[in-house]
Each structure stands twice: as C-alpha cells, then as structure tokens.
Design a protein around this ligand. Structure first.
Ligand SMILES: Cc1cc2nc3c(=O)[nH]c(=O)nc-3n(C[C@H](O)[C@H](O)[C@H](O)COP(=O)(O)O)c2cc1C
Length: 241
C-alpha cells in the first residue's frame, strides 16, 4: 500500500545534522515502501540560520516577526505550511529539547493562538543515550498539537534499542497514518486542543482590530463549535492511500 501525494517536511533538531541518530532513524523510516510516492523535504538546524526570539510580541499582535526578513525562518514557516505531514525531532538535552529546536519553536509560538497547522499530521521524534525521551516527546507533542496538528506517532531512539523494536514502531506509525487518511473522523483531538479552542474562541469573539481575532474571523473559525469539528473539516484533503 502506498500513500499518494503526501508532502512530508522533516525538521531535525540536532546540531549533528546528518550524523545524528534522529536523522538516520527518520531517513530509515521514510525508506518504508508506503512513502515511495511521497514528496520529502527536510531541514536540519545546523544548516539554517534561526535567530533567538527577541520577545517583542509583534508576531502575536501583527502576525509578522521582524526577524523573518533577516534569517531563514520565513522560508521554514512556508515549508511547514505546505506540508501534509511534519516530522519534528530533537535529541534529549538535560531532559528537554535541544536549544536549537526550542529556538525554532519559540519563533512560531503565536501559531498556537491560530492553530496555523490545522489539518496536518505530525510525527514527533526524540533521541537519547539513556533517559529523557518521555519529556521531549511530551513537549514536542504539546507544541505540535497546540499548532493544530494531529499527532500520528512517536518515534523514540535510544542506544539499547533493537532493530525489531524500531521496525515495530515504524509499522505502528504507518498504520496510524494510513488510518487517519482513510477515516479522518478517528483523529480524536486532545483535551488540551479542545480547551485551547474554547478559551481562544471566547477571548477573540469579543475582540477586534487584533491580528489573532481577525485571523479567526477571516478563516471562518468562529463557526466551529469545537476543535473536533474544526479539525475534521480540515483533515479530509487530497491525500490518497
Ligand atoms: C548537551 C547534551 C545533553 C544531553 N543530555 C542527556 C540526558 O539528559 N539524558 C540522556 O540520556 N542523554 C543525554 N545526552 C545524550 C544525547 O541525548 C544522545 O547522545 C542523543 O542520541 C543525541 O542525538 P543525536 O545523535 O540525534 O544528536 C545529552 C547530550 C548532550 C550533547
């Protein structure tokens, strides 16, 4: 079985780039025959220039980050927006994501207020020597779900892992991905997504002349009763299995 027309964008959060465990693991995963017809693009944080967020909050207020013109973040955002499936990874550094991964995520924090990645599936990936995968996976899941993504799987890598364990996980993720394409109504939102949707909807309904409230209005988001309804309407796209 093949997944047709799937656009995959991979973000590798290790400064070791193509030498990193995550990069090798993700590339292995993407060798699975189900991805034969996929369009795959990737970036590794060691090869791009992403400045630290300056905390000016212009992105929240205007939808524009002044740094996007100076570094690669504008291009990276477009690649995230164009993808159907986003695979994001980070090595475990002191039981958290790497600094480079966090810097990149900080720059799109405001997308959590507008669910900018609604309708996309995500896979979160973490690599460790011994411990801490659970914290990184949990954080990446929280970030991706706050952007509106439906997380189809978790790819964890650790030194003692066997090839069989890895392959079993690959199969599980592919199964969930295919299932989510065949029937988007099985993509249950998280409690966090539902709560975030209700809170933001209530806040923006009473606001105007504000970028986020305007975005909700222009994108017809107020018409959805729940995040669930909103998400289902966007997950049925032109991807075929
Ligand atoms: C700064 C730093 C902090 C790390 N912290 C941890 C840690 O808390 N727990 C752990 O088991 N491994 C830790 N490691 C090891 C890496 O998570 C491990 O080598 C990982 O596989 C590297 O992934 P990569 O090859 O994809 O870059 C740390 C490594 C570095 C460089």
């Amino acid at each position: 079985m093949n997944i047709e027309k799937l656009k995959i964008f991979v973000v590798v959060g290790s400064m070791r780039g193509e030498k990193s465990v995550e990069f090798k693991t993700i590339m292995n995963f993407l060798q699975c025959k189900e991805f034969d017809n996929a369009i795959i693009d990737y970036l590794s944080v060691d090869k791009v220039n992403v400045e630290n967020c300056l905390g000016c909050c212009k992105c929240f207020n205007t939808g524009i980050c002044p740094l996007d013109k100076k570094d690669d973040m504008g291009k990276i955002k477009q690649k995230l927006i164009d993808a159907d499936l986003i695979i994001i990874s980070s090595p475990v550094y002191l039981h958290h994501v790497s600094g480079a991964t966090k810097t990149l995520l900080d720059r799109i924090s405001y997308w959590a207020h507008i669910f900018r990645l609604i309708g996309k599936r995500a896979v979160v990936c973490s690599s460790t020597e011994v411990s801490g995968n659970e914290y990184v996976i949990s954080y990446l899941k929280k970030a991706m779900t706050s952007f509106g993504c439906y997380v189809v799987g978790e790819l964890t890598c650790y030194a003692m892992q066997t090839k069989d364990e890895l392959n079993e996980n690959f199969n599980k993720i592919i199964y969930c991905l295919i299932e989510s394409i065949e029937d988007p109504t099985i993509c249950r939102p998280t409690t966090f997504q539902n709560e975030l949707f209700y809170t933001l909807k209530a806040a923006y309904l009473s606001e105007s002349n504000n970028y986020e409230a305007d975005y909700w209005k222009e994108n017809d988001m107020f018409k959805y009763y729940s995040f669930e309804e909103f998400s289902y309407s966007k997950l049925g796209n032109n991807i075929k299995v």
